[in-house]
Design a protein around this ligand. Structure first.
Ligand SMILES: Nc1ncnc2c1ncn2[C@@H]1O[C@H](COP(=O)(O)OP(=O)(O)OP(=O)(O)O)[C@@H](O)[C@H]1O
Length: 596
């Protein structure tokens, strides 16, 4: 048990200034309680005794149960008892026939009419006479009036109660008087033996003196009980505050959470729960220990003998524990040989000590883990700062990259523009198998700079030769890939947001479809400009997927005889035209740039 108190004291860190309650408990000569507090305590003690008396009367008499509240004020208490009806009824239950005639009188809270005054106090007088005959404590009729001593009334009722309970328990041994004083040997002759006695001899007066002395002692004990109660309240308050203080000290470094009434409630509720479990467990063990100790004695011990026995036992065991403690700590409770040598009580003490030690180790480990955690958090914060810094650098680099990219885009398209906003290319269709060679015009010469000379064999002189100039002229042997090379850069311009239009122009059978679509769609080598352009468009947009999102739409139209026809409409109107010149359009429309 001493270990328990020392472990609890670790939790109590209340400042030593507030030690009044403890002084009151431990040192009877030093009294820090002032008169006002003393008066308050006396009033509380008197109220407690009055409540006890009222409660007993309520149990004994139905009329009292109706009239008296469980905690009546002094005034209400006296008023309810003033007509003596409750007192007489209760006394007749305690001592049947003690008051043969009980007068039923209503309670009046005034002085009452003069003619009923004698009747009114008849019950009270009869009660006091009967109680006096039983040699129990009495009071004056005037004590029930305003300004009277209600304490005497309470004492009388509690005395009657003690007597009743004593009688109920067989009328032998201890008589509990007034709820506080225990009389182990009642003075000369029990009160029951005095019932009906008519003489008031010396022995009776000495019994009365002893009773008065007990009453005095009773008040003293009540006061002491009240002091103890206050001291215990103070101790509990100190314990609770100590627990809260310890909890906050332990948790403050981990997390600085806001304190509110809910948190305080939770902490204290948990502390009370833990302490209750501990007290119950220790109380059970203590009960077993004390009962075991009593078994050695054949008769019941007096209180001071019992305390002496406990003290001796503790001294005896303390020596044993101090000798064996080190051994037990070394074996840690595993070496049965040594552990069996120690008694049951010292086993428990040592187990507690080991647990205390383990608790200390846990505490140390907890602090170490907390430090590691803090260190890890510090490292993590530094890493995070580095990453943030690095990300910022990347952001700057990325923004520079985008600037360079934009510059590059503008320069690129500037070059495209310089090559000519409108470019006209000429492709010479080769002679195909089965085509007659008596053509009116033939190609005489194709220059590097985009010139082409056409010869008309049916004309003479200057008229027979005509020179045409284009951006570029492709000869009859030019492949589909070579044709596309000059168009390809424009596809990137389309994705950079520039408008581009590519179309073929020529008389029927001149090779527009061949150039734009190709003779065989299943073979990539013969793909015309359309397919190649679309392929590049999608490839490029896919490559830029992370930066841009493109939506692509396609439209194919034909302008013939100043009429526009949608070539993708499948309603029969899309028929092939027999001859004449028309323009074949392939349009990439609805091109949208979306920056993700
Ligand atoms: N460069 C070329 N090499 C080989 N054959 C070609 C070439 N150009 C066109 N041809 C052939 O000439 C024929 C007519 O060509 P194509 O259908 O492309 O002409 P078109 O201008 O589209 O005619 P239309 O205006 O009537 O539609 C086709 O058989 C095609 O294969």
């Amino acid at each position: 048990m001493p270990q328990e108190f020392s472990s609890h004291s670790m939790l109590l860190n209340t400042p030593s200034k507030n030690s009044r309650g403890l002084k009151g408990l431990t040192n009877g000569t030093e009294e820090f309680i002032d008169d006002r507090e003393l008066a308050q305590r006396k009033a509380e003690a008197a109220a407690a005794r009055r409540n006890e008396a009222a409660e007993w009367l309520r149990q004994m008499d139905n009329g009292a149960a109706e009239l008296l509240p469980t905690e009546p004020s002094e005034e209400l208490f006296c008023l309810s008892l003033r007509n003596g009806l409750i007192l007489c009824n209760v006394l007749n239950k305690v001592n049947p026939g003690a008051i043969p005639k009980v007068v039923e009188i209503p309670i009046i809270d005034t002085e009452g009419a003069a003619q009923t005054a004698i009747q009114y106090f008849e019950n009270t007088r009869n009660f006091l006479d009967a109680v006096g005959r039983m040699k129990l404590l009495t009071f004056e009729v005037s004590d029930l009036e305003k300004g009277g001593s209600s304490g005497k009334v309470v004492d009388c009722i509690l005395c009657l109660k003690g007597y009743y309970e004593w009688r109920q328990s067989g009328g032998a041994g201890v008589w509990k008087y007034g709820g506080t004083v225990r009389i182990t040997s009642f003075p000369k002759g029990s009160p029951s033996s005095l019932i009906g006695s008519e003489s008031a001899d010396e022995s009776e007066s000495s019994q009365l003196e002893e009773l008065l002395e007990y009453l005095h002692l009773s008040n003293e004990v009540s006061l002491e009980e009240s002091k103890v109660s206050i001291a215990l309240t103070f101790l509990f308050e100190r314990l609770g505050i100590g627990l809260l203080q310890t909890y906050l000290t332990e948790t403050n470094e981990v997390d600085d959470f806001p304190m509110n009434s809910m948190v305080i409630d939770i902490v204290l509720r948990k502390a009370v729960k833990d302490l209750s479990s501990l007290l119950i467990s220790q109380g059970n063990q203590l009960g077993i220990f004390l009962k075991n100790m009593l078994k050695g004695n054949c008769k019941p011990l007096l209180k001071h003998e019992f305390l002496l026995a406990i003290s001796n036992y503790i001294d005896q065991k303390s020596g044993l524990v101090s000798n064996e403690l080190s051994k037990f700590c070394i074996c840690g409770g595993k070496d049965k040989g040594i552990c069996h040598d120690i008694g049951y009580s010292s086993d428990k003490t040592n187990v507690l000590d080991v647990q205390q030690k383990q608790l200390e180790e846990l505490k140390t480990n907890f602090h170490l883990t907390k430090l590691e955690l803090q260190q890890a958090r510090l490292t993590w914060e530094q890493e995070l700062k580095k990453i943030a810094h690095h990300t910022k650098d990347l952001e700057v680099a990325s923004s520079s990259y985008h600037k360079v990219l934009e510059e590059n885009r503008q320069l690129y398209n500037q070059v495209q523009d310089l090559k000519g906003a409108i470019r006209v290319y000429c492709r010479v269709k080769p002679f195909v198998h089965g085509q007659s060679d008596d053509q009116q015009s033939t190609v005489d010469y194709i220059g590097e700079n985009g010139n082409i000379m056409i010869v008309n064999r049916h004309k003479q002189g200057k008229e027979s030769r005509k020179m045409f100039t284009f951006n570029k002229v492709f000869g009859g042997n030019t492949s589909q890939q070579q044709i596309y090379v000059d168009t390809q850069p424009l596809i990137r311009s389309v994705l950079d947001g520039f408008n581009v239009c590519i179309f073929a122009y020529g008389q029927t059978g001149s090779g527009k479809t061949y150039t734009m679509s190709g003779p065989d769609m299943t073979s990539k080598d013969t793909w015309g400009v359309n397919y190649r352009a679309l392929r590049d468009l999608f490839e490029l947009s896919e490559a830029r997927m992370d930066v841009m999102k493109y939506e692509v739409g396609v439209q194919m139209i034909e302008i013939y005889n100043e009429q526009v026809r949608d070539l993708l409409v499948v309603d029969g109107s899309n028929r092939r035209y027999p001859s004449n010149l028309f323009i074949y359009f392939f349009l990439v429309t609805s091109l949208t740039l979306v920056i993700p």
